[in-house]
Design a binder for this molecule. Structure first.
Ligand SMILES: [Zn+2]
Length: 237
């Protein structure tokens, strides 16, 4: 990571993605004084099989759950885009909206999902929205956000070009950077618990979280450590 950085933005598809994928890292960064913002491209409006649930009601519930989970981790700047869950497509419009939020918040580091992950850990199908948001966000980071003539209407809105230094890709099969989150596992679980509409059995989830240490994570002292792995992409040195 850059030796010191002040601001990080998490750009993902669904409410609950930040906490599930990298809640420990976010908590650690906030504790270190780094300002973290979320950009969530949908409101997760298809994430229920309850026959009495509607997409409209679910979207409202999930927005509130996401804001509550952010508060647990110390993230208060949470923007939503108005795309429908399960329908994200690579488009110049989506790229422009991500560029606008990058130019507004001006992060040093952006976390997004690895667009090359077709099967997580080689066996789990990865959600199409996760692939799309990662792909479009990387195109937003380079070259669009830092280049003046991309989306020139942003200049009229008072938003200057902004070059992000690094992207950290989560849900990756090629992690090359690990953030130790061992002392933040309780906070991560507390944040996840805010997403009640998505969790059938919280006790079982908590057990799974505590028992399943990622076998790929380094363990300098031989003891199991909780850690979140990322693939690090350098945008600008
Ligand atoms: Zn998701």
């Amino acid at each position: 990571m850059p030796d010191r950085f002040n601001k990080a933005m998490v750009v993902v598809a669904h409410p609950d993605d930040p906490e599930f994928f990298c809640g420990g890292t976010i908590a650690r960064w906030v504790r270190e004084g780094i300002e973290v913002a979320y950009l969530i491209c949908t409101r997760g409006d298809k994430g229920s099989n309850d026959p009495t649930m509607t997409s409209e009601r679910l979207a409202a519930i999930r927005e509130q759950e996401q804001r509550a989970a952010g508060r647990v981790l110390g993230v208060h700047q949470i923007q939503f885009l108005d795309y429908r869950d399960g329908e994200l497509e690579p488009s110049l419009r989506l790229r422009g909206e991500i560029v606008r939020e990058i130019r507004r918040f001006r992060p040093d580091v952006v976390i997004t999902t690895d667009p090359t992950t077709r099967f997580a850990r080689g066996i789990y199908p990865n959600h199409a929205d996760h692939r799309v948001v990662g792909d479009v966000t990387l195109d937003a980071l380079f070259p669009a956000a830092g280049t003046r003539l991309y989306y020139p209407e942003h200049l009229a809105e008072g938003l200057a070009p902004h070059q992000v230094s690094e992207a950290y890709l989560t849900v990756t099969n090629e992690p090359d950077l690990w953030v130790d989150t061992t002392d933040l596992i309780d906070l991560k679980i507390a944040a996840l618990a805010c997403h009640a509409s998505q969790i059938g059995d919280m006790a079982a989830l908590e057990r799974r979280m505590r028992e399943n240490v990622d076998p790929r994570a380094p363990s300098p002292d031989g003891r199991p450590r909780y850690a979140e792995g990322f693939r690090r992409i350098i945008i600008r040195r």
